[in-house]
Design a protein around this ligand. Structure first.
Ligand code: S3P
Length: 167
């Protein structure tokens, strides 16, 4: 059964998942990375060229393929937007919500000059907060474990996750 990391943009899903998988010699997939490889361009370029709806379609197909195939999955923050994805996640038993304060997430996103996030770039502060609040309900409802990442470094988060047994 896969351990699936969910949470808002910049909550640390990718770096935590990668480190956890490395330490435990488990297989790992980052859905954003897999999408980017599949389409041959960055996610922001893809969304700009096509649309967020096209991105979400690929995200769903990657999620379907990856669940059960990889030990550790890091998802994109918007994975909970589609009902189809929520249904897939609801069937899983090791869904971990990396909970991060909105203000911390927002600061990290705007400081990240390498990974451009269209959902952030195309939202004003009120819209972003509304998006956070809406998704937070789903993250909470769909997760079997919640790790509050506030005041924790990556190693501390990984230590907590190591206690969640998975194969
Ligand atoms: C998105 C989050 C991004 C990426 C895409 C859309 C979102 O992933 O999937 O830009 O809708 O929140 P991160 O959560 O890794 O930033």
């Amino acid at each position: 059964m896969s351990l699936i990391l969910i949470g808002f943009m910049a909550s640390g899903k990718s770096s935590v998942g990668q480190l956890l998988a490395k330490i435990l010699s488990k297989s790992f997939i980052d859905t954003d990375e897999a999408i980017s490889q599949k389409v041959g361009m960055s996610i922001s370029d893809f969304i700009e060229k096509f649309s967020i709806a096209d991105f979400r379609k690929i995200e769903t197909s990657i999620l379907k393929e990856a669940i059960g195939q990889y030990d550790v999955l890091a998802t994109g923050g918007g994975i909970v937007e589609l009902e189809e994805n929520r249904k897939l996640l609801a069937q899983e038993k090791k869904v971990v919500y990396l909970k991060t304060d909105f203000s911390i997430a927002r600061k990290r996103i705007s400081a990240d000059k390498i990974n451009k996030r269209p959902v952030f770039e195309n939202s004003n502060p009120d819209e972003l907060l509304a998006c956070f609040k809406n998704r937070e309900k789903y993250y909470q409802a769909l997760s079997n474990y919640v790790v509050d990442t506030t005041d924790k470094n990556i190693n501390e988060i990984v230590e907590i996750l190591k206690k969640i047994e998975f194969v």
